[in-house]
Design a protein around this ligand. Structure first.
Ligand SMILES: Cc1ncc(COP(=O)(O)O)c(C=O)c1O
Length: 390
């Protein structure tokens, strides 16, 4: 009855965790949330105020498909401040990074093509490939390689139908970043194969525990890659549904035509609000939040390690820790189910992010305040004792 691709699409398990947590909360339990992949902070006040003003001033109609020029200029200014020149016509404003992924899949993949993605990685990536009739080809990334691929991994997975790779730095679910040297080697290898690189930089700016990116954006390493970004994470605007892509100049016209036809335009009030996202006032607020994520990362990593959990690669960015739970003797799916049902702590099983070693790992998101995190750690300790795994 439905298209075949629908059968290939896995449910987003974190949504099931959220639904079960909501049931438990409705029954009166206090659930500690480590599963939510969005900042708990509200959008910064100057952005909200600009959004209000946009509505009051009647900015409620379509805009150009590529976004309003002042916003494209502001995004270009953001790169310029980081020392990277990007022409405004290469910047296309989208409905979140999800809109950007839709556009790039439509632009770059034909039916039967293959797209290299990482396992573990962002679960929706493969769906964008399938939407274009292409096949995702997972490349296993493990702790020995800091959960990021080497160029040799990509070349080994490269087949006759492979067209390119989609990587992320910092990555979800591991918080792992690509070093300059590794990104450079990957770009060179893909170029030799005539392949493209899409680099998801949605967690750009959220750097943890003394790590800073070795480069402000992948565009500083290679100018001809496709970069995804979003106002969702660093800028705290998940629900506004706004992001952008940067494409090579030769692709700008084709992406514009796709954007016109697929989306007409991104949200108008959100675009006017986002103009304020780059103001000094909003940036100061965003930076304070990064400081808070840093505090939380320290607390969580240390707390989990003290409980005996192994964190093979502490996160360098984003707001996730990928934790090895194998010493509990439970599979990660079972671990998550029991932790939620018996101790009211919600975390996401590794199976949401891939299949390789997924039963060994769970993702903790530190998108909750420190007091709740401490409560969650105390409950984890109780769980381990109760399960005889302490
Ligand atoms: C790595 C990655 N890419 C893309 C997205 C999509 O984000 P959005 O559409 O909100 O910009 C997410 C959301 O969690 C993500 O983690």
């Amino acid at each position: 009855m439905f298209a075949k691709r629908v059968n290939e699409i896995q449910p987003f398990r974190v949504m099931e965790v959220l639904a079960r947590a909501a049931e438990l909360e409705a029954a009166g339990h206090r659930v500690v949330h480590f599963e939510v992949g969005e900042p708990d902070f509200a959008t910064a006040a100057p952005i909200v105020e600009a959004g209000r003003r946009a509505l009051a001033e009647g900015h409620t109609k379509y805009t150009p498909a590529t976004g309003i020029m002042p916003l494209r200029e502001a995004i270009a200014g953001y790169y310029e401040a980081a020392g990277v020149a990007v022409a405004t016509q290469r910047i296309i404003v989208t409905s979140g990074a999800s809109g950007g992924l839709t556009l790039l899949a439509a632009l770059l993949l034909d039916p039967g093509d293959e797209l290299l993605i990482t396992d573990p990685g962002y679960p929706c990536n493969e769906v964008f490939a399938r939407l274009a009739g292409a096949l995702p080809r997972p490349v296993v990334v493990g702790p020995n390689d800091q959960f990021q691929p080497q160029e040799s991994d990509l070349l080994a997975a490269w087949g006759p139908h492979t067209r390119g790779a989609l990587l992320a730095s910092p990555a979800n679910p591991t918080g792992a970043m690509l070093s300059r040297q590794r990104l450079h080697a990957i770009c060179r290898a893909l170029q030799q194969r005539g392949g493209f690189l899409i680099l998801d930089e949605i967690y750009q700016g959220i750097y943890l525990q003394q790590h800073t990116a070795e480069y402000p954006t992948g565009l500083a390493v290679a100018d001809d890659i496709y970069v995804l970004n979003s106002f969702s994470k660093y800028f705290g605007m998940t629900g506004w549904r706004l992001g952008w892509v940067v494409v090579p100049e030769a692709a700008a016209d084709a992406v514009t035509r796709l954007a016109q036809n697929l989306f007409i335009s991104p949200s108008t009030p959100a675009q006017y609000a986002a103009l304020q996202a780059f103001s000094a006032e909003a940036q100061a607020i965003h930076q304070q939040r990064v400081d808070a994520f840093n505090q939380r990362a320290g607390l969580l990593v240390q707390g989990l390690q003290q409980l005996g959990f192994r964190i093979p690669v502490p996160p360098q960015g984003a707001f996730y820790v990928y934790v090895d739970i194998s010493h509990t003797g439970l599979d990660s799916g079972e671990f998550c189910r029991r932790l939620l049902d018996e101790f009211y702590v919600a975390v996401t099983p590794g199976a949401d992010f891939g299949s390789h070693d997924a039963g060994r790992y769970v993702r903790f998101a530190f998108t909750t305040d420190e007091a709740s995190m401490r409560l969650g750690l105390a409950r984890l300790q109780q769980a381990l004792s109760a399960w005889g795994a302490a």
